[in-house]
Design a protein around this ligand. Structure first.
Ligand SMILES: C[S@@+](CC[C@H](N)C(=O)[O-])C[C@H]1O[C@@H](n2cnc3c(N)ncnc32)[C@H](O)[C@@H]1O
Length: 309
């Protein structure tokens, strides 16, 4: 089971109207979708997207009992604009939710390779129809390329050392399991465990690379704003600083009234260019109680903006 994170906060910020049109772009286990659907009338619309086919099938079953108009879409949320256009909802959407990252279903299925808590194959694809796997990254990227991925997407302090050790190891035999990879990180840290497992950051980095997570997020944010109607809201829950930074900066830029170059002394753009208003001046974090009940929510950060044009 996947416990939805910041559920009340997300639903409150979505401000669900009974007959409104809503997109849950990371349907996952269907927790947020179910909460939205329970507030919609028969005329209300809920589009549920996930790039993991198993998630889409799971949510379809879970939401069967609801009478709103439901659409289940197996697709990358980077395509949200195309999806909205195809369904005839572009420019009419009242609320969009993205709860980024992986679900418990994905993490607990060791064979999908997202977790180093058990042995599984090095896969890490959220969409199993894509061709790039973690195994390909680990066994075919050059040492420099690997180090860059670990540094850029994992902020891994030992990026070069771990990359070197991987390249050494794969000369003997290919690295095909999560355990083999986790053991290398463990060795790189001299067998010591700090607050987090030594493999945490490289697993995050490879997952981001395999699923092109940051590029998809950027495209998703831009497209979401385009399909919202005036007054429509975009709610994003992220789980690490790289994602949260992208969301924060995007909202800030879109909320700017003046878009003149910074070097310009006087405003000539009219100062009326804000596309959104940021509703979360301070990022929303889970309460201590939520963290106690669901430790996986610990790093969640929620930000919301409302379209104003
Ligand atoms: C944290 S889970 C969402 C859980 C869900 N909110 C719930 O309450 O059960 C994230 C989900 O987003 C999906 N996902 C991640 N990136 C995606 C993308 N670019 N496009 C579509 N789905 C994506 C994952 O496959 C996963 O199922």
């Amino acid at each position: 089971m996947h416990t939805p994170v910041l559920l009340n906060e997300a639903i409150e910020y979505l401000n669900v109207k009974r007959d409104g049109i809503y997109f849950d772009c990371t349907a996952g286990g269907g927790g947020h979708s179910e909460a939205i659907a329970s507030l919609l009338s028969e005329k209300g619309v809920l589009v549920m997207i996930d790039m993991d086919k198993e998630a889409v099938l799971r949510v379809e079953k879970r939401l069967a009992k609801f009478n709103c108009k439901k659409f289940f879409v197996h697709e990358n949320f980077a395509k949200v604009k195309e999806i909205a256009e195809k369904l005839g909802f572009a420019g009419k959407v009242d609320g969009i939710l993205a709860d980024l990252g992986t679900s418990m279903f994905q993490l607990k299925d060791f064979d999908r390779g997202f977790s180093f808590m058990g042995e599984g194959s090095l896969d890490m694809r959220m969409d199993r129809e894509e061709s790039l796997t973690a195994e390909k990254v680990v066994n075919s990227y050059g040492e420099r390329e690997l180090a860059d991925v670990f540094y850029k997407y994992g902020e891994e302090r030992l990026s070069r050392k771990i990359a070197r050790m991987i390249v050494e190891e794969r000369k003997h035999e290919p690295i095909t399991t999560t355990k083999q990879l986790a053991d290398i990180a463990f060795k790189a840290y001299g067998g010591r465990r700090g607050k987090i497992h030594p493999a945490t950051k490289i697993f995050q980095a490879i997952r981001i690379e395999v699923n092109r997570e940051l590029e998809n997020l950027e495209t998703f944010l831009k497209s979401s704003i385009e399909i919202l109607k005036k007054g429509g809201r975009l709610v994003v829950i992220s789980f690490h600083s790289l994602e949260d930074r992208i969301v924060k900066n995007f909202f800030r830029d879109k909320a700017k009234k003046c878009i003149c170059p910074e070097s310009q002394m006087r405003c000539t753009c009219g100062g009326n260019n804000a596309v959104v208003k940021v509703l979360t001046k301070k990022v929303v974090k889970p309460s201590e109680e939520e963290i106690k009940n669901n430790p996986a929510s610990r790093s969640a950060r929620l930000r919301v903006c409302e379209k104003v044009v």
